[in-house]
Design a protein around this ligand. Structure first.
Ligand SMILES: [Zn+2]
Length: 131
């Protein structure tokens, strides 16, 4: 999670797409940057700590992330599918563009051999923990 990179790329893309999509190009920024709010939600629930800075510092330390199974609710397949359906039904491709760019940046930061335990499926996570 590199918030400054997500912020910058989403902003630039939102501005570049403005002539094409008008005000809805702002959704590129929202879906490309604010989607990482789920990291804070997970941290706050897991550690009972609402301090935003603590959450940011925690997620910047990659070593400890490897050892903890995390469910970031906006980084799961089911959410991506929901966003795809919404963007198709209401014809708002900008929300999907922001999401795809965000995920490309996220996955490009992870080495292939990474033992990252972030769940990519809500259903599999629920099954795994028998919730
Ligand atoms: Zn992310």
């Amino acid at each position: 999670m590199d918030l400054s990179r997500h912020f910058l790329i989403s902003c630039i893309l939102s501005i570049l797409l403005f002539p094409l999509y008008g005000a809805s190009s702002f959704l590129v920024f929202l879906s490309g940057f604010l989607i990482d709010i789920d990291h804070y939600i997970w941290y706050a629930l897991k550690f009972r700590d609402l301090n935003l800075k603590n959450s940011y510092v925690f997620h910047k330390k990659r070593k400890q992330l490897i050892e903890i199974d995390r469910l970031h609710i906006f980084h799961v397949f089911e959410f991506w599918l929901l966003i795809l359906i919404i963007s198709l039904i209401f014809y708002i491709p900008t929300i999907m563009i922001g999401l795809v760019i965000h995920l490309i940046m996220d996955f490009s930061e992870m080495p292939i051999t990474s033992k990252n335990l972030r769940s990519t499926s809500l259903i599999l996570w629920l099954y795994k923990y028998k919730v």
